[in-house]
Design a protein around this ligand. Structure first.
Ligand code: CA
Length: 324
């Protein structure tokens, strides 16, 4: 990976992470991942990432706006902006890379001699994360999931780091703030950042393969709030009401077991009791087969859902969270 920016230089630089990718249509070609670095003297480094999954848009929009508007004279420290980290996936409007099928949030710590996606992860893991103090990776549900907008931190073994990450997630100021117990973080950027001892905030700010005015506004405000909370930019936190949520176990997740028409019986934001009907799945192709009913496995807030009108076995149909 060849950065065209100097991470130690003062001022504002726009450039690329240039990744050699020799292929049929470009023998000495490269993948060009856009990057902006804004440095203004002493202070911590913030790393803001969008487009880890290429079909999620709030992060890229908020980070592009920050790259256009943030001035080095307003920065104490350094802000590294990567609107579309998995650039090949983003350019194709896909979650995973069309080059190698790679899911950038499942290949960490990456491999500097591996596939394109593994090499992007390796550069983030070996170079970008070590130079950063706080990392925010903005996710949404992509084309296939939709979420009530939340910022999240993971429950971490180190109490000081746990409190630091939870405070940053609260400062982000999304309508919902979640504490997540990650049962398996293998391959995720999240775990790579947290194991390095850094402050980490992730989000799910919507989805359905599009950006909304409301959720892009949350992303823009959230990133600005993180810069203010870390004293990289001066100003007052824009505080908005947030509801604290917990996602304590596997019974938050509801998966389809049949193929058919997805018939939601409640919308996102509904409060459910254990045993309530969440949705039905009508088997496709004939009228004499009964619907499968998806039942809430716990009390909770309907936080995330399957998007498409069709659903198949194994798809995540619904996610419930517990209000604290
Ligand atoms: Ca995502």
């Amino acid at each position: 990976m060849i950065p065209t920016v100097d991470f130690d230089a003062p001022g504002k630089q726009h450039g690329f992470l240039r990744l050699p990718h020799s292929r049929d249509d470009s023998a000495w070609g490269h993948v060009m991942i856009p990057i902006c670095v804004v440095s203004g003297g002493q202070g911590p480094t913030a790393l803001f990432i969008g487009g880890t999954h290429g079909d999620e848009y709030e992060g890229p929009i908020a980070i592009r706006e920050l790259a256009a508007t943030l001035r080095p004279e307003d920065v104490s420290g350094r802000v590294i902006l990567l609107p579309t980290l998995n650039e090949p996936a983003f350019a194709a409007g896909l979650r995973c890379s069309p080059i190698d099928g790679g899911n950038l949030n499942r290949v960490f710590p990456g491999d500097a001699r591996g596939t394109v996606t593994e090499r992007i992860a390796a550069f983030a893991n070996d170079s970008l994360i070590p130079m950063s103090d706080i990392v925010c990776d903005i996710h949404t549900g992509g084309r296939t999931l939709d979420f009530l907008p939340f910022a999240a931190s993971h429950i971490l073994a180190d109490a000081e780091q746990d409190a630091r990450c939870a405070a940053a997630a609260r400062a982000f100021g999304a309508p919902y703030t979640l504490r997540m117990l990650e049962i398996d973080d293998s391959g995720m950027l999240d775990g790579a950042v947290e194991r390095a001892g850094k402050t980490f905030v992730t989000t799910e700010l919507g989805g359905a393969g599009m950006a909304r005015a409301s959720t892009t506004a949350i992303a823009k405000r959230g990133l600005r709030n993180l810069l203010i909370q870390k004293e990289i930019v001066e100003g007052d936190l824009i505080e908005t009401p947030t509801q604290q949520l917990d996602m304590p176990g596997d019974d938050c997740f509801h998966f389809a077991e049949s193929f058919g028409l997805f018939d939601p019986l409640v919308d996102l934001g509904a409060t459910l009791k254990r045993g309530d009907a969440l949705a039905r799945i009508w088997p496709h192709g004939r009228t004499d087969v009964a619907a499968e009913t998806l039942i809430a496995k716990r009390d909770g807030l309907f936080l995330g859902r399957h998007v498409s009108g069709l659903i198949k076995p194994g798809d995540c149909a619904a996610v419930l969270a517990s209000p604290c």
